[in-house]
Every structure is written in C-alpha cells, then in structure tokens.
Design a protein around this ligand. Sequence first.
Ligand code: MSP
Length: 532
Amino acid sequence: MNNSANNHKFSLTTPLYYVNGVPHVGSAYTTITADAVARFQRLQGKSVLFITGTDEHGQKIQRTATEENVEPQIHCDRIVDSFKSLWDKLNIKYDRFSRTTAPKHQAIVNEFFDRVWQKGDIYLDRQQGWYCVSCEEFKEERELIEDHHCAIHTNKPAEWRDEENYFFRLSQYQQELEELYQSNPDFIQPASRRNEVLNFVKQGLKDFSISRVNLEWGFPIPVDDKHTIYVWFDALLGYVTALLDPEDEPTLDNALSKWWPINLHLIGKDILRFHAVYWPAMLASAGLPLPTKVFGHGFLTKDGLKMGKTLGNTIDPFDLVDRYGADAVRYYFIKEIELGKDGDFNETRFIEVLNNDLANVLGNSLNRTLGMLKKYCQSNAPQLTSADYGGDHPLKSIGMDLGDRIVQMNNNLQFSQGCEEILNLVRSCNKYIDDSAPWTLFKEGKQAEIEQILYAVLESVRLSAYLLSPIIPDISTKIYQQLGFDWNFNTDRYPQTVDDFLIHSQWGKLAIKQTLDKASPVFSRLELSSEA
Ligand code: MSP
C-alpha cells in the first residue's frame, strides 16, 4: 500500500508545532534538520516542497489563550509570528507554512472525514480514560507515573475523562499496518524506533477517539456539531492542506495531485505513534497512498539533563542565534547530534566545536591558502584539474569520491557522519600544507609544485563548502565568493541542476578561473558570552 515517489521531486515536513508557547530549541532542532535535508535535495537538482507550520486547535491552546485572556485566534496569530521570525533568523527556507486554523484546511478535514465515515470506520462510543492535555493524548494506566502524571510532562497530572466520543476503527488496520512495516522496512527510521512501533502494534491496536465534547476550539464533527474534531486528526491533515497552491480549490484531489505522497515526515520520537501508526491507518481508510518515510529523531538534553519547562533548563533559540549566528547553531545541532539519538547541549562544548571545526579547520585552510596564493602566485588561481594529480595524492584520494559518499549519507539522513567526512578532507588540507611546505618550495623556485599544492587545497575547500552548504549556507557562500563564484546559497543565486551537482560535487572537475581576492575570515572565533 506504499507508493514510491517520483525521483525528481522531494516533499518533506516538520511536525506542525503547537502554538501554546514561543518556539523552543526542540522545535528549532527538527526544523534546522529538515531545512538541511531540503537544501541538500535542491542542491542535487530536485524540485522540493518543504512544509512546516503550526497546530493551533485543541484544549492545550484554548487553555493557554484563556490564561492570557485573549481570543484563541489572536493568541495563535502572535505565536505564529514568532515561529516565522525564528525560521527567518535561522535561514530556514520553507516552501509552505501550514496553519490548521486556515479556512481551506477545514474543507480538507471535512472531505477526509467524509471519506473515512463513508468507509464505515467511524462510530460513536463511550471513552473513559486518563487524558494528558500537554500531549493531547489518552494514556494507558501503565504509561503514567505516580499520581497519574504524564511520563513526558512530569509536572502535569493526566485528567480523567468519561464522555461520548466518535472513534476511528484503528483495530481494523492491524494486519495492513503489519504488512506495511514488513514490506517497507525503511518506512520507519531509525531501526530502534521501528522496533518500538512494531512492539506497540504487536500488542494489538485499539480504536482511538477522534472527537472531544465541551471543547470549542476546533472544527465541528461534520455529522454532529456537539463534537469537535480531535486535534491530532485535524493536525495530521495539515500536511495535506499544505500541498494546495494558493489559487487551488481546497479539495483532496487538488491537494494530492502534485506532491503526494510525502517523501519524509521528520518528527521527534514522542510523536512517532501518531505518524507511523495512526496516520497510515487514517490514509488507508480514506483510500490514499502512504508517505514514504517517517524518521523519529531523539530528544535534546542540556548539560546531561532532560530539557524541558519542568526543569526550567530550556534554551531560548532566539538568544542563541543572536549571540552566535545562524550557521553556528545549525552546524552544532547537525554535526554534534547523530540524528535519531538523544543529544546534549553544553555551551562550552558548543563553542569548542565551532571554533575548532569552522574557524581553525575550515576557515584557516582557506585563509592561509589564499594568503600563499597572493604571495606566490600574485593571486592567480592555478588552472589545473584532477587529471593533473596521481590517484594516490593525499587530497585527491579523499576528495574524489567524497561527493558520492555524502549523497549516500545525507540521503540516509546521516548528516553528522557526513560532516565528519567533509571535515576530514579539510583537516587533511592543513596537514598537507604543513607537510609539503610551499614556503620552502618557493625559495627553491619550484613554481609548478606550489601551484599544484595550492590548487589541491583550494579545490578541497571549495568542495567542502559546497557539500556543507545545506548546513552552513552563510559560510559556504563566503567561501565560494572568495573563490571567485558570484553565488549565494541563501538565495536561489546558485546553480541547482542535476548536471551542476555532478560537476560541483566532484573533486577537481572545476577550473577556478578568476583572479582571487584577498582572504577574509569566514567564521570569527566565538567567546563564551556572559549570559551562558
Ligand atoms: N503539534 C504536534 C505535532 C503535530 S504534527 C501533525 C506536536 N507539537 S510540539 O510542538 O509539541 O512538538 C513538535 C516537535 O518538537 C516534536 O517532533 C517533538 O519531538 C519536538 N521536540 C519537543 N521537545 C523536544 C526536545 N527537547 N528535543 C528535541 N525535540 C523535541 O507534537
């Protein structure tokens, strides 16, 4: 029941974030990663649709608005602005921002509800159980900790509910889902998360309620306006609404005609069940193809402790970007945390990693080489290609298949390992310069050898900047510009076709033609600021 997507197109989503508060660093983490994925796909010449947005209905949002004494919609609008402004600061290039309070979204939800209703998968029954408003989810007794508190929101007691709800027949889809996981082993990633889901499903799927009573903030159930549609049923469909072009009539057919099925839902591990179990079952019920992949990343901790409002140890992402810049924040989270695992934020380590990788290794190799180029070659870039080097050349041998390896890693969302491989090439540049000592060759008048060394280093730095551009677009732009390319990885002012990728992602295919400018630092060393 899974459809593989068109090879030249790639669509992906972040979760639609709750607007109960301004964005925190956990939301920034998912979005930064998704942006790197989207940028890397674009770089390879694919048409990309990158969706993010906000999940604005439900009890949690209604309560927050009441506490603030404002209409829920006004509250949502304010928080949406702060999400958009954070994404701008972080250089997130999303294509669609899906809001679940958008009027066209209601049309999509109603049509979808109707399909599932017609299929006979919705019925009215009594719901009794413990509800965590922060998760917006009923919990099993065994999932709760002391005093019926939620294990994720340990400061919040779950609330007892006993009410009539409409239910979705999830249990009907047990076998179909098991077949899906079996025949598409990559549907849920990474493997550890897949196992969690398989275990959960093996225990037997129960129908889940898809409506609430006594809740105004949401869409009414089309067949019974005393009920409001459950926030998760509504929110997941926000991914579909996002696919509509602005001028489209809001119908499922229009929404699904161009970009469906989604290639990747990137989410945190806490919401895996909704995406890997409920969502495919809902889609199957409505007779729609399923997304290609759901990837559940880990949680961020701070100084080794779980990050959250309970412990008061959250990090303000606005403040972090203001103090250190977008590329620094993007690089740290992508390089330091293996996607799928939990990862720690420690400010001393943050500064250490950035100063080392971006200033000492990457920045320095460009800087010293451009300095030597000026001194030894009057800033004229040597006109060489990979054909001028033997296969055992220390940089060529690493650089030659680096692009292919990065494609493989990044397409498997192994960005952290990819960064490490790229850094390895740049570290080798610095060692290669020291070992081959162009300054001595200069005294000996060995101009051709000097040129060969300098081209090899510049080409390695260029390749590294190109391959890192989805992660550190500002720095990569500066490097490319110093190498004489009038490109900007933060606008569309750089080539993005399959052929361009094949040239730029290969070592030594590109002649650097221009006379190169004086070097200027691409990343200034960071100091631990007093607020840390
Ligand atoms: N509204 C739902 C998603 C609906 S999608 C149709 C939701 N929103 S959320 O704002 O609570 O969470 C959004 C994402 O942030 C989740 O993927 C969650 O895992 C992630 N994070 C929240 N706290 C986090 C950390 N401390 N660390 C990493 N990511 C975390 O769930």
